[in-house]
Design a protein around this ligand. Sequence first.
Ligand code: AKG
Length: 266
Amino acid sequence: MRLTDAQLEQFDKDGWIFIPECFSPEEVAVLRDEGERIYAQDREEVWREASGAPRTAFAAHLYNEAFAILGRHPRLIEPLEQVFGEKVYMHQYKVNAKAKFTGDVWQWHQDYGTWHRDDGMPEPRAMNISVFLDEVYPFNGPLMLIPKSHKHGVLDAGHDTSTTSYPLWTLDNDAVEKLVEEGGLVAPTGKPGGVLMFHGNLVHGSAGNITPFPRKIVYLTLNAVSNHIRKPTRKEWIAHRDFTPIEACDDEALLRYARSHSEAAE
Ligand SMILES: O=C(O)CCC(=O)C(=O)O
């Protein structure tokens, strides 16, 4: 899948683009079910909120076939190859839960700030491309983005290891206020299957979810192969050391898997 000139322009100007209904309901349903199955497992890659509710499942592409196919999907891989002008590899893979009633916040941060400081990534030539697995509403903890904040490079940040179960390099309120005055604030919403792609330096965060509506989003963090990490400090399943370029699968692969999976269940 190639991005249009208009999408590339919006990405450059605002630091993000959203592609509604990029995956079909049938394709997303199998990922949603598999996501819930993973959260029910007791494994080190599944991190939980203080309440015990799942927060994120790391590296699901390495132990789940549906997520493995998604991790090679041309609708996600090709746009990033197009932007970076080279092959990409998987730096990180997360299925974020934002569970109903208990999903916790993600503080304001830039992803590249963490990849650079914790993993030794040389340049912001990596980014998240994400797929909505549930409907994302304005009220169930949508991802909030500060348009144009990616133009500021890496901003000062403090290492927050206490607010949530996930350590993050977070921005202070004054910095966020200034960036919002300049760029505003958006929270893309939409049906399962929507795809959101945003620059590694774009400031973003999300509030808690106190609604009865879960909000699962899967994030592929794809890095340009030449920009592979140099000084990893985090576990291998958080910041991958396999820099093999991803060869995209065919566009129908997830649909085929979904169909064979539902036939097997009948
Ligand atoms: O899923 C969310 O709400 C936020 C995730 C996020 O900010 C991240 O993975 O960097």
